[in-house]
Design a protein around this ligand. Structure first.
Ligand SMILES: [Zn+2]
Ligand SMILES: [Zn+2]
Length: 339
């Protein structure tokens, strides 16, 4: 699908064939729910398509219900901190991380089950580079995802369950508010994108970038383990969108869903592939990748949010994949470095 040079109809220059191994149709369009020019019907279709018939976030809803019903302490237990249930939450989260990131890495990069099919950037990961902890991109990414990622994720979850159990966070039951109960699942990911845009912009501010966010940006080319490879301060900021539950009533399953959605979908969206398929050339698969964010890893000062809430479009930092957007982004980067 790699294309070259001028697209006469739209007057833009598409990247050279060598820039990407594969990319979606360019320039990227604003398909968000908030693109009011296309009218409410198109917006609803976008929303529908982001969930059904099957999507990564629908799978996370299922995982969060299974987690709440079978793999979580009761609120009665969570009333007081105790090592046994805290450790159980930690090891369950560790298992989820190992299963997803480890499984995707094995499938896509160790056994190469779909070759370079639908892979954005076919360059190999760094095996020996002083830039990375332990001189290896893979080991660096596993270390930060587990040592910091799983720990901060678990800390938020444990404190959240304790807060519900002790009445510090308002609880909503399905029986009393079934409509709100369902709508929360739709609203939370959208709110998460809005929150991410602002946290991420802050992380690109001089000292915070140098001391914190540069760790995630060691990865110009990304794999599943890169998604949650962040500095602990970034993990705390990135997952802080769950603080919304302090003021709006929700059920613990919403809280668990929101954390899992932020963590597990960060892993899958950094897969480096647009979709995980049944094999090379197969059109059966699950869309996981995020070319919009892949552009952020390649060019830095663009696409701070996610396409779903087009803050980048509203605030002039949108990279649509064209050479013109690359030139603008490079100029912005130069300007920021001069300050
Ligand atoms: Zn960044
Ligand atoms: Zn990233």
């Amino acid at each position: 699908m790699a294309q070259e040079t001028a697209d006469a109809a739209s007057g833009v220059t598409l990247p050279r064939k060598s820039t990407w191994n594969w990319h979606p149709e360019l320039p990227l369009q604003d398909h968000s729910v908030f693109n009011l020019k296309r009218g409410p019907v198109a917006a609803l279709k976008v929303l529908w398509g982001s969930w059904l018939p099957i999507s990564d976030r629908l799978i996370v809803v299922a995982v969060s219900f299974l987690t709440w019903f079978y793999l979580s302490p009761s609120l009665e237990t969570a009333q007081a901190f105790a090592w046994d249930w805290v450790a159980a939450v930690y090891f369950r989260n560790l298992a989820l991380m190992l299963l997803l990131a480890g499984g995707m890495h094995l499938y896509l990069y160790t056994f190469k089950r779909q070759g370079n099919y639908l892979r954005y950037d076919a360059r190999p990961f760094h095996k020996k580079s002083a830039l990375f902890t332990f001189n290896s991109q893979f080991r660096d990414n596993v270390f930060w995802s587990v040592a910091s990622g799983v720990t901060v994720w678990t800390a938020y979850e444990v404190i959240g369950l304790w807060a519900y159990a002790n009445g510090f966070m308002p609880v909503m039951e399905f029986a009393s508010s079934p409509v709100w109960f369902v709508l929360w699942f739709v609203f939370l990911p959208v709110y998460g994108v809005f929150h991410f845009y602002w946290i991420h912009r802050l992380l690109h501010w001089g000292p915070l970038y140098t001391h914190v966010h540069a760790l995630h940006h060691r990865n110009v080319n990304v794999g599943p383990w890169s998604g949650m490879s962040m500095h602990p301060v970034e993990h705390i900021g990135y997952l802080s969108s769950v603080l919304i539950h302090l003021v709006l009533a929700s059920h613990p399953v919403h809280f668990i869903f929101q954390l899992q959605q932020k963590v597990l979908l960060a892993v899958s969206s950094h897969a480096g592939y647009d979709a995980v398929t049944a094999g090379e050339g197969s059109d059966k698969g699950l869309k996981v990748g995020d070319f919009f964010h892949q552009l952020h890893h390649r060019y830095f000062e663009c696409n701070y949010g996610e396409p779903e809430v087009p803050c980048d479009k509203w605030f002039g930092t949108f990279h649509d994949g064209t050479e013109e957007a690359t030139a603008q982004t490079r100029a912005r980067l130069k300007e920021m470095r001069r300050k």
